[in-house]
Each structure stands twice: as C-alpha cells, then as structure tokens.
Design a protein around this ligand. Structure first.
Ligand SMILES: NC(=O)c1ccc[n+]([C@@H]2O[C@H](COP(=O)([O-])OP(=O)(O)OC[C@H]3O[C@@H](n4cnc5c(N)ncnc54)[C@H](OP(=O)(O)O)[C@@H]3O)[C@@H](O)[C@H]2O)c1
Length: 334
C-alpha cells in the first residue's frame, strides 16, 4: 500500500511527474560520490522503495558514470525498472541529460547520444534535457544541439524536452528557436536550494519560467548533503572535494543550519525534509539524491505536508543574510 500520493504535475501532454523525483548522479560517479558496484543492491532497494511510494521519476545523465562505469546510472535505472514489480510500476519516468561534449557538433550526434542512452536504459526515455548550454564557450554548438532535441521530439523518441543550467537570456533564445521548430521546452533544471537561490531569484528565472509555462526542476536541493545537518562539525566531513567545499562553507552557513533545525523540530521533521519541502513550497520539483534506503525513506517524508508561509519567509530571510552560498555550476549561463 502506498502512502505518498501527492498529485502529479503535468509537464507535457503525456508526461506527469511526482512532485519530488530522485537524482542519480551518485549512482555511478566515483570522483565526487565514491561510487562502487557494491552499492548496487542498496540502490535497487532505494529505487523500489521510492517507486512503491509514488515517487516514480528519476533524473540521470549520460555523463553519470565515466571510464569503466560509462553511463552506469542509466544502466542501473534500466535494470531496476525492468526488475520492479509493484505499485506504480507503469508510472516510472526516466529523465536523462545529454551532455554537449565538444565532439557532439551536429544534430545527428545528439540523436546518436540519445540512442546510446536509450540502449543503456533498455527503452525510450521520457524526458531528454540538454545538460548545459555551450553558449559561454562554444556558441556555434548550441543550435545543432537544439536542432537535435527537436529531431528527437519529432521522431517521437521522447515525450518532452528540457534544458539545464540555462539563464534567462539564453533560455528565451532557445525557447524561441525550438518553438519555431514546433517544440515547446517543458522543463528547466537548475541548482536550487536554500544555499543556491542565485539563478532562480537574481537571474529572474522564476518569473520567466512561469510566463513560458516551463516547470523548474531543482537539482542539489540538499546542497550536496550539507543541508541535512549531518555535516555540522568541521572535523567530520565527507572526503575529497565535497569535504573541502563544506569546510569553507560551514562557518558562514551555520545560522541557516540552526534555523532549519529549529523549524524541523517544531514540525516533527528532519532538516533534510524541511530543506526539500522549502523547494516544493517555492513551486519547484526537487530531485534529492539518495544513496541509502534510510536517506530515501527520510526524503519521502518531505512530501504530504507544507511549511507555513511564515516559516518559508523566515528561511528566506536567513538564507539571504548569509555571507556565502553554494558555488554555482560553471556551465550556468546568463
Ligand atoms: N543539471 C545539472 O547540472 C546537475 C548538477 C548536479 C546534480 N544534478 C541532479 O540533481 C540530483 C541531486 O543533486 P545532488 O545529488 O548533487 O545533491 P543533493 O541532492 O543536494 O544531495 C544528495 C546527497 O546528500 C546526501 N543525502 C541525501 N539524502 C539524505 C538524507 N536524508 N540524510 C542525510 N544525507 C542525505 C547523500 O550523500 P552522502 O550520504 O554522501 O552525504 C546524497 O548523495 C543529482 O543526483 C542529479 O540527478 C544535476
């Protein structure tokens, strides 16, 4: 019996997403997330739990897993979907992101990349997003990539098209370009959390997306785990790049962690649940990553309730007062 049944969100005529998805960057990435195949059984349990509870959509990317783990996240999602039997079985949605690698220069090369992703997943992919825009460093590549997305849509290979890491100027240009080709952009994926409000607020993406009826997908909604409160002590941090980043951020972001903790306690929730719920209250669709069954279970508790308006205002106030925010993705455009 599933107990998480919030209304699904329509993003295109035949595509609906649960109000929270699951990000799977860590399901194959060694460099930042220390992935090893020993984790696969637990990841399958994560997948099964989420789907059974109505969180039926998963965000992946053809760059999630490189070298000998090339495309691992897509491959795992394909296997987990095929193996799954249970509630919401027919509602599973896979969204991938195709990277505009420098060797992908033509529309055909993007279509070929899609075909490789679909082969790894073992079926067609529902939502295809361009992972980032090459506009900042190789603007000539952008139109062929958008053209490739249009071809995927018109060939009926995907249900909807999305973009990621686009700023408003660039988004509007891409939107009009695709509209001229009979394709409407359905989603925009950006870094959005209490520690990353920049593109959404300062760049004005919120208003533009409302105007263009584009749904915003919030990636890294837990600020890579920092907002869960488990990395509170500078001496107990994850290894590698994340640890170095958290060590720099922690002194400046403690006021936010205290506020999150207080609001969580008042609601009988955890900090992670409040941080995710805040993204939902802002009208975005968050995709927290989960590596363990316990994390997935906890993140499910972000659904079926909402922070009060006053709590959202208080979180906004503290977040805005911080001297530091999460670093922005180098591929985010204006
Ligand atoms: N479009 C883009 O350019 C882009 C960029 C980044 C991410 N994304 C997408 O967004 C997804 C989510 O972002 P993210 O994975 O970067 O970061 P995130 O969701 O902010 O953080 C996920 C990490 O936080 C920890 N965590 C999750 N739930 C927890 C819980 N309940 N309690 C304690 N710790 C918990 C886990 O790491 P530990 O256990 O190791 O702490 C987990 O891997 C990605 O998987 C990917 O699909 C897209």
């Amino acid at each position: 019996m599933s107990f998480i049944l919030e209304k699904r969100i329509k993003v295109a005529d035949n595509l609906y997403l649960s109000p929270m998805g699951c990000g799977t960057w860590a399901w194959g990435n060694r460099f930042l997330w220390g992935y090893t195949p020993q984790r696969d059984e637990e990841l399958q349990r994560v997948f099964n739990l989420l789907v059974s509870q109505g969180v039926t959509w998963f965000d992946t990317g053809d760059s999630y897993g490189t070298g000998k783990f090339k495309g691992r996240s897509e491959t795992l999602l394909g296997k987990f979907s095929r193996d799954y039997r249970g509630d919401h079985q027919d509602e599973i949605v896979i969204a991938t992101k195709l990277a505009p690698y420098p060797w992908r220069l033509t529309p055909d090369s993007l279509v070929k990349a899609y075909n490789q992703s679909a082969a790894r997943v073992g079926r067609s992919i529902d939502l295809v997003q361009l992972h980032w825009s090459p506009a900042n460093y190789f603007p000539w590549q952008e139109k062929p990539m958008l053209e490739g997305l249009a071809q995927l849509y018109h060939q009926g290979k995907v249900k909807a098209i999305g973009l990621s890491n686009y700023g408003p100027k660039n988004l509007l240009r891409a939107y009009n370009y695709l509209l001229d080709r009979g394709v409407k952009i359905s989603t925009l994926q950006i870094q959005y959390s209490l520690l990353s409000t920049h593109p959404f607020v300062k760049l004005g993406l919120k208003e533009l997306c409302q105007q263009l009826d584009i749904k915003i997908i919030a990636y890294s909604p837990l600020a890579l785990g920092l907002l869960t409160g488990k990395y509170w002590d500078e001496n107990i941090l994850p290894s590698g790049v994340r640890g170095a980043l958290f060590r720099q951020l922690l002194p400046a972001v403690k006021p936010l962690l205290y506020t999150l903790k207080e609001i969580a306690q008042n609601n009988g929730k955890t900090m992670a649940q409040v941080a995710i719920n805040w993204c939902i209250c802002k009208g975005t669709i968050p995709i927290p990553g989960a590596k363990t069954l316990q994390q997935a279970q906890e993140n499910l508790g972000a659904l079926c309730w909402r922070l009060s308006a006053a709590e959202v205002v208080e979180l906004d106030r503290v977040a805005l007062s911080l001297k530091r925010q999460m670093i922005q993705n180098i591929f985010q455009t204006g």
